[in-house]
Write a protein that binds this ligand. Structure first.
Ligand code: KG4
Ligand code: ZN
Length: 362
């Protein structure tokens, strides 16, 4: 089974081809990535300090055909050799999602192939099964630029939300911290680099919801504390000019996020009794946070599994893989699928009283 996956929901124009054995095996065997092309629009957005939706949509439109062709060339076959064509159908910046969905629909129609509309978050959620033998169900910490959630994952389209952020996402908090320190965009990798060698104990930053029951998150207080710390330091020790202060603040910030992740995941592990903890999404690329979660998992006698770093941030392979998982179950989509700017993984969460999935970014 070979599936093309297209990802255009934010600022990466990506296409990948993934191959996997037929049949809905619950625990493996895993897939093979035949091509994984990611064109990052970083240079288009950098001078604005963030992603500009209109620029992103136009850049996707200009690049998508070439990126898909490159993926096919690298894999060494044509569209006729595919078993399905998947694209991110939401949530995300709607202009970009439209470009990916229309491209995939056109290719599926022209070549008479099944079309699969993938929830971007499901792409992150299942990506670990592309490279690792991980059986359902598992506990998932999904941490990206727009989302920070704990969920149980029982299969494609089968998620239970345990908790989410009431304000910012974790990645957003990394990005804002980097911006305040003048470290550039995207902030996560910049903060991680700057934290190397820093003193993680120098600054005591607030850990919202720390030791409170439940699995929810909040990052706005932490963001404010980072800003205030920078302002205070600036009086006699401008942090933007002082590499030591920047390193210490980034290391302290990262430790605080690690403390919060560990605290919230401990509650989720206790509540769900899952054998496996999976971390996915862009923030899962952070080596320090992966280590903290590994320690937590070991202390709880469970296994921590994370995708390879290159598959944590947005890519087409995770969309192709979610396509494989859905195709195995016959869950294909009609060509009248409407792209969705918002698309919660667990639409019934609000009914059960879990806070709605908010966040200022899609
Ligand atoms: O999953 P992703 O590529 O896009 C979304 O779906 O949002 O996640 C991007 C987010 C950004 O906020 C970025 O700063 C963060 O992931 N990120 C990191 C690291 N690499 C990317 N955060 C912390 N440490 C990293 N190494
Ligand atoms: Zn993402």
């Amino acid at each position: 089974m070979r599936v093309l996956g297209i990802e255009t929901s934010c600022d990466e124009t990506a296409a990948a081809i993934v191959e996997a054995p037929d049949g809905a095996a619950s625990n493996g065997p895993v897939g093979r990535i035949l091509a994984n092309v990611v064109y990052s629009q970083l240079t288009e957005h950098r001078r604005f300090g963030g992603v500009v939706p209109e620029i992103a949509a136009r850049a996707h439109l200009e690049r998508i055909d070439g990126v898909v062709q490159q993926a096919l060339d690298e894999a060494g076959f044509g569209l006729a050799d595919l078993d399905g064509i998947a694209a991110t159908g939401g949530p995300g910046l709607i202009g970009g999602v439209l470009v990916g969905v229309m491209t995939a629909k056109a290719l599926a129609f022209a070549h008479d192939k099944p079309f699969l509309a993938i929830n971007h978050l499901e792409g992150h959620a299942l990506s670990v099964r592309l490279t690792e033998d991980v059986a359902f169900p598992y506990l998932l910490l999904l941490v990206s630029g727009g989302h920070c959630q704990l969920l149980t994952v029982r299969g494609p389209g089968d998620f239970t939300l345990l908790g989410t952020t009431s304000d910012d996402a974790a990645g957003e908090c990394f990005d804002k911290t980097a911006k305040l320190l003048g470290l550039g965009f995207p902030g996560g990798p910049a903060v991680e680099r700057a934290a190397a060698g820093g003193d993680p104990q120098r600054f005591a930053l607030p850990r919202p919801l720390w030791r409170k029951p439940g699995c929810d998150f909040s990052f706005s207080g932490l963001k404010t504390a980072v800003r205030q710390t920078i302002e205070k330091l600036a009086v006699d020790e401008p942090p933007t000019g002082d590499p030591r202060a920047i390193a210490d603040l980034c290391a302290s910030f990262q430790r605080t996020v690690g403390d919060v992740f560990a605290d919230r995941c401990a509650n989720a592990l206790a509540a769900s009794s899952m054998p496996t903890l999976v971390v996915a999404g862009g923030v899962a690329a952070n080596a320090y946070l992966r280590r903290r979660l590994e320690e937590l998992a070991a202390a709880h006698g469970v296994r921590l599994v994370a995708p390879p770093v290159a598959l944590c941030t947005d890519n087409g392979a995770m969309i192709a893989w979610a396509g494989v998982e859905r195709l195995r179950l016959g869950k294909v989509d009609a060509l009248d699928f409407r792209p969705r700017p918002r698309w919660p993984l667990d639409p019934d969460a609000a009914v059960r009283g879990v806070p709605s999935q908010v966040g200022s970014r899609p």
